[in-house]
Design a protein around this ligand. Structure first.
Ligand code: DA2
Length: 328
């Protein structure tokens, strides 16, 4: 099993926005050279990539917080209203609630996703990453491998995602003397409280909706990426950095557009019993949400999530591809 697929997934999971936050001209042209020279230069520069990559998640997190709040709370009239209210009541810090667990888990989650995807393709097509440009896999194989990666990553992601969503939904301002403290004091307290109150299964609340969200949409994610790369690359050649960025960005948007209805249900199931009413199950959540708020409820957070998905996934694919090429 090619271990480098997991390592590339790990590192690309940590490099979101790294170059966006430094020199925008670099990430279009020479991210590959930078990543491969970082690898050759050894652990020190890789460490630099990993730590600065965390900055990417920090920059993307405010968009995610607005998305989660729009999906689970009915107090906002739209993106701007949510931003203004969050800023007024909670200051800039409000946008960064629940960020530490995603930072801690992104490397694990992405290495499972990209590693399982790539190894499933290896099993299905008997071609390694290096051979795949000369002998491209069929879209059916790409789709199946993506679904398999999505299915397995969902289980790694579920507890981290639950804690993120619970913390993002705490709208209390920073603790003032005399004011009631928020329900959760931080991610560890949140995890411990859920564990104590509901047992280990409680940490997997919403996991079914998450699995149903990620299994087909990650198939779509990888198939879109492959299709866009092949459209703009001569046969047998590797796609250019610009192609990888654009294909990765659009793959992110396409998969999130298709994932949004179940993303809304997943977030609501994760909040059930707290700010939301309890649901009998996923179907009950879907039906009662649609009855009370109309079909538009299934597209809440779509715009802001698409804006976030393009840069995040463009850079993820670029770093993943180039790390693999620089080793191969
Ligand atoms: C539609 N889905 C679930 C995905 N495309 N997931 C894979 C990309 C996840 C990336 N860290 C992001 O947050 O966009």
């Amino acid at each position: 099993m090619p271990v480098e697929e997991f390592v590339a997934g790990w590192i690309s999971g940590e490099t979101f926005f790294f170059l966006l936050s430094h020199h925008p001209q670099w990430w279009i042209t020479s991210w590959g050279r930078l990543a491969s020279s970082a690898w050759r230069e050894g652990p020190h520069s890789l460490h630099l990539l990993v730590t600065t990559g965390a900055l990417g998640l920090v920059l993307g997190h405010p968009f995610d917080t607005v998305k989660v709040r729009l999906q689970t709370q009915n107090t906002y009239r739209g993106i701007v209203d949510c931003m203004v209210k969050t800023y007024r009541h909670e200051s800039l810090l409000g946008f960064f609630k629940g960020m530490s667990f995603p930072i801690a888990s992104i490397a694990v989650v992405n290495s499972v996703l990209f590693g399982v995807y790539s190894n499933t393709l290896l099993v299905l097509t008997a071609t390694s990453h290096q051979e795949r440009r000369a002998q491209p896999p069929s879209y059916t194989h790409v789709f199946i491998a993506g679904c398999t990666g999505g299915f397995l990553q969902a289980y790694c992601l579920a507890p981290f995602d639950l804690i993120k969503v619970r913390l993002q939904n705490q709208t209390e301002p920073r603790a003032q003397p005399g004011s009631p403290p928020p329900q959760y004091r931080g991610p560890v307290h949140c995890a411990a409280s859920i564990f104590q109150e509901e047992g280990p299964r409680g940490l997997f609340r919403g996991a079914w909706a998450l699995t149903l969200r990620d299994t087909p949409t990650l198939g779509i994610y990888f198939a879109t990426y492959e299709w866009l790369c092949r459209q703009s690359t001569p046969d047998g050649q590797n796609p250019s950095s610009a192609t990888v960025l654009v294909a990765g960005g659009f793959a992110g948007i396409t998969s999130w557009v298709t994932a949004t209805p179940l993303d809304v249900i997943k977030s609501r199931m994760q909040m059930a019993g707290l700010k939301q009413r309890e649901y009998q199950g996923m179907l009950d959540c879907m039906v009662s949400s649609a009855r009370q708020e109309g079909l538009g409820v299934f597209f809440r957070g779509l715009t802001i999530n698409s804006a976030r998905a393009f840069p995040v996934n463009a850079v993820t694919f670029l770093s993943y591809e180039y790390l693999l090429h620089s080793w191969g």
